[in-house]
Structures are given as C-alpha cells and as structure tokens.
Design a protein around this ligand. Sequence first.
Ligand SMILES: Nc1ncnc2c1ncn2[C@@H]1O[C@H](COP(=O)(O)OP(=O)(O)OP(=O)(O)O)[C@@H](O)[C@H]1O
Ligand SMILES: [Mg+2]
Length: 219
Amino acid sequence: MPKELAKLDHLAVGYDKPLISDITTSINSGEIIAILGPSGIGKTTLIRTISGLIAPIEGSVERLVPKRGGLGYIPQRLGLVRHMSVKANVELGARCRTSIWYPAFAPLPRQLRNEVEEAIEKLGIIEHLNDPVRILSGGQQRRVATARALAQKPQIILADEFLGELDDDNVEIVLHIVKEMVRKQGCALVMVEHHEEVARSIADRIWLIEDGKLKEVEP
Ligand SMILES: Nc1ncnc2c1ncn2[C@@H]1O[C@H](COP(=O)(O)OP(=O)(O)OP(=O)(O)O)[C@@H](O)[C@H]1O
Ligand SMILES: [Mg+2]
C-alpha cells in the first residue's frame, strides 16, 4: 500500500507574486514523479518550496516524513563542498540519516563507510574517492550529489535536473540506480527533467507546469 509522504494543498509558490498557483496533490511512497516545463516557469521554486527552503505564498505543504533526514535534495547547482573530497561529501549524506547522528568529522562506523563507498562505486566515480570535488567534471560532480542523496536514504528525494551533463550511458546507469532505490526502499523520487523522453520513460506520474498551473498528465 503506498503511503502518503507529502501533501500539497492549494499551494502557490513564488517570490513576490505566484509563479505556480493552486497546486493540490500528494507525493506517495514508491512513485517517480517528473516535473516538466519551460525554463524560468518555477520548477526549482516548486521543489524548494516542497523541501521547506522557501515558504509558500498561499496554501500549504505538509511533509509526513521525519524532520531529520526524511527529505533528500539534489539541487540544480549541486551544493557540494568543493574543497572536500568526494568521500567526505557523500559522507555528509550518511551523517544526515534519520536513524543516526554523527557529528561532522567524527569517524563513521564501518558499515556506513562501506555504504558510502558502495554508492560512489555504483555511480562510477570511485577512482576519485579522495579527490577534491572541484577537480571533477560537471557530470562527475552531479554524480557525487546523487551519491550523497543515496547515502542519506531519505523517504523523498527531490532531484533538480540531476541528469544534466551526463552522457547517455551515465543517464542509464543513474536512472537504474535511483529506480532500484525507489523500488527497494519505497521512497519517492520527484525529479525536474528537461528531456521529455527521459522523463516519460522513467516516471509513474508527470507534473506539467504551464501557464502558472500544475497539470497532471499521463506519462
Ligand atoms: N531568489 C529569488 N528571488 C526572486 N526571484 C527568483 C529567485 N529565484 C528565482 N527567481 C525567479 O523565479 C522564476 C522561476 O525560477 P526557477 O528557478 O524556479 O525556474 P525553473 O523552472 O527552475 O527554470 P530552469 O528550467 O531554467 O531551471 C525566474 O523568473 C527567476 O528569475
Ligand atoms: Mg530550475
């Protein structure tokens, strides 16, 4: 049985005036939702409002996941600590798990360290494990941000164009990994995606943003 993880009720998002208004819908466990729409329409603003980083202009977002670690976010601009290693960045995800709290720089237990390395390995950047993030290519940095979210094991992952700058093979690899995570752990993935075919191939639901409204369409 899918579980409701977030509820959007007559939500309007934006800054001084609404960009998208009257959104009433929910996010459920085990589903992949793709957000489509032109540049500048408000997709990132919607994601950030769902995450709680921006307050709604009207209506509400109810997050029914643990406050700590329940929500994972892969920002469009990644938000990596560029001078720190790939490993240290991905460990930040593991440190944010709901179940545990390891203060920054305290060593992580072996089990968690293994999981961090597994995530990095799966995403094909293990040879950069100890390299500072700033020397990695754009696509490699995107995979670090994805590994960090995987290591956190959140119930909802909000991914803002996390497939950008990846070649076709890497898009396949990353999609396979996140799909597996959604199916196995029953989390939800909400992804902003510019490539309509990619979105339609993976998503269970599509949110199309048009003329200041969210329209749910068939994938
Ligand atoms: N912090 C901010 N303060 C005021 N306006 C903002 C802010 N951030 C974004 N905007 C404006 O809100 C609008 C929507 O921006 P947003 O980043 O949500 O679009 P988007 O759909 O994600 O676009 P893209 O596909 O290019 O990433 C834009 O006109 C942008 O200039
Ligand atoms: Mg955006």
